[in-house]
Design a protein around this ligand. Sequence first.
Ligand code: NAP
Ligand code: GCO
Length: 262
Amino acid sequence: MGILDSFSLQGKVALVTGASYGIGFAIAKGFADAGATIVFNDIKQELVDKGVASYAEVGVKAHGYVCDVTDEAAVVALVEQIEREVGIIDILVNNAGIIKRIPMLEMTATEFRQVIDVDLNAPFSVSKAVIPSMIKKGHGKIINICSMMSELGRETVSAYAAAKGGLKMLTRNIASEYGEYGIQCNGIGPGYIATPQTAPLRQPGVPFNEFIISKTPAARWGETDDLVGPAVFLASDASDFVNGHILYVDGGILAYIGKQPK
Ligand code: NAP
Ligand code: GCO
């Protein structure tokens, strides 16, 4: 096998959760370009339809399903349906995620749990549903979308940081528990990426915008396409001995102490 062939996803089935737009969409499109069959889910049929249309616009025939990843029974049914209708899932990307930016003392326990449910409990349920068939097949790739908040804290994101820190450790644990079956579970920790999730932080005049640029050695926000190469690598045979690793794709944020004030 040539070196470039080891990055090919030809013949693989990839499920990317919550991927009708944003980071999940870019990663799924990259997987399709590398040869994979794409499956994604969203909460409502209209959002799935919109997603399928967006994929079609970029030349990808994606299989879209309705499923709320926080509903464990629905997740089990979704995976069974995908296995019947498309095939065994070779690659899972736990991408669906939410954030609530609320100071901790103002956040209710219900709001805290909602974030933990989508960002941590759901990756547990979806991974649990796909792993048995991966074991039977003798290989599988799971990629968890972590965050800068898997390593760092910040005002207002207590639930998100707790969930993404937990997701980092779930990643390492899946790698530890199922590595012997040919399954690799790794994380991608995006820096600050321009998507609807970060739109409130990027409004003109919002100081956070300049703050992030000054904290990033690359001196810019990330684009969703910045995550595609790393995701294809972690989904492909090229990373078969990489397990339990979090690949931070952050323009250097975690390596940098920050610009000194002028
Ligand atoms: P986004 O633009 O808000 O997209 C998130 C996606 O998740 C949406 O498609 C959303 O569906 C879906 N989703 C939310 N809850 C769901 C549920 N219960 N079941 C199924 N799908 C659900 O976010 P993004 O910026 O692309 O982020 C994608 C992932 O990257 C998230 O895990 C996020 O935490 C992480 N991340 C983002 C950044 C960043 O800077 N943007 C940085 C680090 C990590 P709807 O269509 O229903 O809204
Ligand atoms: C924040 C959050 C998110 C980021 C991301 C950083 O600071 O508000 O961390 O908005 O998108 O997860 O990696």
